[in-house]
Ligand binder design. Structure first.
Ligand code: SF4
Length: 482
């Protein structure tokens, strides 16, 4: 498990297909920049120049990896795919960075994946037993291998992807490029978002609509759960969804992951967060002087709370946007310092006031405790904390970094205890029954597994990362415990 105190985004994927001419590198760069919030560990793009695919990827933010020098050296092409990654399986190294480029008997393929498979460990073992060698530790390589293996038997890349969708299980949004085609596919539950847009006759796919806006593309539609869309010289072809009961869109996309200016499956993320705030104000009314939001994902919900309660909205916390995300720094000492540098209270807003602080969720609780302390030190008379999500009590296996529920504060403590631990005057959570109201008129059955322990697909029997990322000493401890 990642040791920091926030749930982490998984990955962002992007693909572009030009009907004619070249010009995909700048668009891919800008789209990845817009999707940066979904993953800040590594990024990359693969560019197709007349059927020859070259891949450029590294550890770091989009602006770190794609410097002006590097951009000038990339030959522009007609098709490209891009990826930014926060590793939920697979450790931080360039081997796990994407796109994954595979050169095989029938050609080449570049693959970008968002999500987590639930049968990756099982498939990988099966492939390894039959002689396969893997270079990285992520489940995305298992998908690439599955598609490659199917490609050797199938007449086309799209048939191979379709066949692979019957084999892989769990959460996946894929954007895949071959010598002549661009393919987008979404798992049958639709855990993660994936949409399609147009720039004139050219087609683009992206994790979120904010990436379409960034490159001047017009939104066409969402890729349906279980659906595959293929763009080729023949045109655009949509393959109907595999059987799906659509139970899987991650509700955290609305609460925290996606950018507020994105529209996911027909629902504005900003509106969903406003609604969460309004619902919180109804279920957890507080006598207070000011409502503030924890930047950035608590701001929209704080506004909703303010609208509904009539308590004025204020800017109470300022986030320093120019430092790296806290989780990038590995040492505990550095993490604590970076949180203090990252957030500061606005004394003029909170001094001598009763404050309602709206945050998106509480994972381990350490950040909430620090923020409450910070507000009190700035003179707040009372601090009431409300979360725009229900208590996060269970592990997630579908593309976040929380797979060990033992470290979740809401799994180990009652609400009263959490209130005491973080030092708040009162706390409140969004009610489970209010989650479905976030999408307004759009009926969208969603995954709420981390709140109620009921998952749309069975959790993995074993995790692939446990094979490669647990130090020998801890493996021995586990054996002894067993
Ligand atoms: S378990 Fe929670 S975080 Fe994971 S996909 Fe479901 S709703 Fe999202």
């Amino acid at each position: 498990m990642h040791p920091s105190d926030k749930l982490h985004e998984e990955c962002g994927v992007f693909g572009i297909y030009r009907r004619e001419g070249v010009g995909v590198v700048d668009e891919t760069y800008h789209a990845l920049y817009a999707l940066q919030h979904r993953g800040q560990e590594s990024c990359g793009m693969a560019v197709n120049v007349d059927g020859v695919i070259t891949c450029h990827k590294d550890i770091g933010l989009v602006t770190d990896v794609f410097t002006k020098d590097r951009m000038e050296k990339i030959t522009d092409g007609r098709i490209a795919v891009g990826h930014c990654r926060y590793g939920t399986t697979g450790s931080l190294n360039t081997a796990n960075a994407q796109p994954l480029l595979v050169n095989h008997l029938k050609g080449a393929m570049a693959l970008c994946h968002n999500g987590n498979l639930t049968n990756a460990a099982f498939l990988r073992e099966r492939y390894e037993m039959s002689g396969a060698i893997f270079h990285a530790t992520s489940d995305s390589e298992v998908i690439a291998y599955t598609i490659t293996q199917q490609r050797l038997r199938c007449a086309s890349i799209e048939e191979a992807v379709r066949a692979s969708m019957e084999i892989i299980e769990g959460a996946y949004c894929l954007v895949i490029m071959s010598a002549t085609k661009l393919i987008a596919a979404r798992d049958p539950h639709g855990f993660r978002p994936l949409c399609m847009g147009r720039i004139g006759e050219d087609i683009v796919f992206a994790s979120e609509t904010c990436a379409l806006d960034a490159i001047g593309a017009t939104f066409v539609r969402d890729i349906q759960p279980g659906e595959m869309v293929v763009v080729s010289p023949k045109g655009l072809e949509a393959y109907p969804p595999l059987v799906s009961d659509r139970k899987g869109l991650c509700v955290f996309e609305y609460i925290y992951f996606a950018r507020p200016d994105s529209v996911v499956d027909g629902v504005s993320v900003h509106e969903a967060r406003l609604t969460a705030g309004r619902l919180l104000a109804r279920s957890h009314p507080v006598e207070a002087d000011v409502v503030i939001g924890a930047p950035d994902s608590g701001l929209d919900a704080a506004l909703g709370y303010s609208y509904e309660s009539g308590i004025p909205y204020g800017i109470g916390l300022i986030k320093n946007k120019y430092i790296g995300r806290t989780f990038i720094q590995p040492e505990q000492k550095q993490r604590a310092a970076s949180v203090r540098i990252k957030l500061n209270a606005v004394t003029a807003t909170v001094k001598d006031r009763r404050v309602v602080l709206v945050d998106d969720s509480i994972v381990r609780g350490t950040t909430s405790a620090r923020v409450v302390r910070m507000l009190r030190e700035a003179g707040a008379r009372e601090v009431h904390v409300v979360f725009s999500a229900p208590p996060f009590r269970h592990a997630c296996y579908f593309g976040t970094d929380v797979d060990d529920e033992g470290t979740l504060i809401a799994n180990q403590h009652t609400e009263e205890e959490i209130c005491r631990i973080i030092g708040a005057d009162s706390i409140g959570f969004l009610r489970m029954e209010d989650l479905d109201k976030l999408t307004g008129d759009v009926h969208l059955p969603m995954c709420k597994g981390c709140f109620n322990g009921e998952y749309p697909v069975p959790p993995p029997v074993r995790m692939q990362k446990h094979r490669f990322e647990i130090p020998l000493s801890r493996q021995k401890e586990n054996e002894n415990e067993e």
